[in-house]
Design a protein around this ligand. Structure first.
Ligand SMILES: Nc1ncnc2c1ncn2[C@@H]1O[C@H](COP(=O)(O)OP(=O)(O)OP(=O)(O)O)[C@@H](O)[C@H]1O
Ligand SMILES: [Mg+2]
Length: 306
């Protein structure tokens, strides 16, 4: 545990990036940077627009607070650059970042450990639609495997919608898969240093927690306490911790999970660089645990001291 801000040395808050979630990252980055400043940390904000190597060139740094969401920041690439440069950084390492950026590969790992996750089918071309309909039926949700913020995702209730959803998701230059639609309640579990924060339940009148519901709508509801009883909440927290351990996630993260109408949890995905705006979910969960935003930022920065 670090007591004195000087012990962190000079900290670069790396934000922005060129992924679809750039704007969200800039907001998270601004909030993190302001918090570090308030805490007396010697922080410098870096908006990464091109190569992270160029962005870091000539800077004397002791560590990086990485808050770039999505590809290029959350996927192991930046982590590898920093590792080679010998600069400590917050959060997960190269392998966990790369693996969890790909939701489909993450599901394969979970499946290998017998952890519950909805059934899915890889969709390469429209020739795969029949097999998908046979295996999953309807409805399904179609996703690009490596995007975040619900970008490129849609629900499909019939073959025509499935075909359209595949087209939309194929625009993102990564694998596309269809997943069985889960009917039930949606939760998210923040993790800090291997421990789960209080669970949040999300509720939206939209078909699902889409981009609009995440960043624009005023109708999205966040319940924390989440409404589960203590034992149920602990079970969900335990599952989230396990789901992160099997893919070697470190430092901090956020696990998205449903409990379906039969009471069965269904793991959806892990975010290794979750949102950190003052409206984001990890700060909300931390607050419920008595950890204010600035202190949370400090604790996440401590995860770079390994
Ligand atoms: N199998 C499913 N059944 C029903 N709804 C789902 C399913 N999978 C995802 N969703 C809905 O879509 C949303 C986004 O899905 P997911 O978490 O996989 O994508 P993401 O874009 O990576 O999200 P994030 O912004 O958390 O990175 C979920 O929050 C949930 O509301
Ligand atoms: Mg998600």
């Amino acid at each position: 545990m670090i007591k004195n801000p000087d012990d962190f040395g000079r900290v670069a808050v790396m934000m922005g990036g060129s992924a679809a979630e750039r704007e969200v990252s800039l907001k998270s980055g601004a909030a993190v940077f302001a918090a570090l400043k308030r805490k007396g940390v010697d922080a410098v904000a870096i908006d990464v627009t091109g190569s992270p190597i160029d962005a870091l060139a000539g800077l004397k740094l002791d560590r990086v607070f990485n808050i770039i969401h999505g590809r290029g920041g959350e996927d192991g690439v930046l982590q590898a650059v920093l590792q080679v440069m010998g600069i400590p950084y917050t959060g997960s390492g190269v392998m966990a970042s790369a693996l969890t950026m790909d939701k489909l590969r993450t599901k394969l790992c979970w499946r290998g450990y017998d952890l519950p996750t909805p059934k899915w089918v890889l969709l390469k071309t429209i020739d795969d639609l029949d097999a998908c309909i046979d295996k999953l039926g309807f409805p399904v949700i179609v996703k690009p495997a490596q995007e975040g913020s619900s970008i490129g995702m849609s629900k499909a209730n019939n073959r025509e919608e499935l075909e359209k959803a595949l087209k939309v998701a194929s625009e993102f230059g990564c694998d596309v898969y269809a997943e069985s639609w889960v009917t039930g309640k949606e939760y998210t579990v923040g993790l800090l240093n291997g421990k789960a924060l209080p669970v949040i339940r999300l509720e939206t009148p939209n078909a699902f927690y889409d981009y609009e519901a995440k960043y624009k709508a005023t109708t999205t509801q966040y319940h924390c306490p989440c409404g589960l009883n203590t034992e149920q909440e602990q079970q969900l927290q335990q599952l989230a911790v396990q789901a992160s351990e099997v893919v070697v996630v470190k430092g901090w993260a956020r696990v998205d999970v449903f409990i379906d109408d039969s009471g069965q949890p269904q793991l959806i995905e892990i975010n290794t660089v979750p949102g950190m705006t003052d409206h984001s979910l990890v700060p909300m969960a931390a607050k419920q645990a008595g950890i204010e935003f600035d202190e949370l930022v400090w604790k996440i920065l401590e995860t770079s001291c390994r």
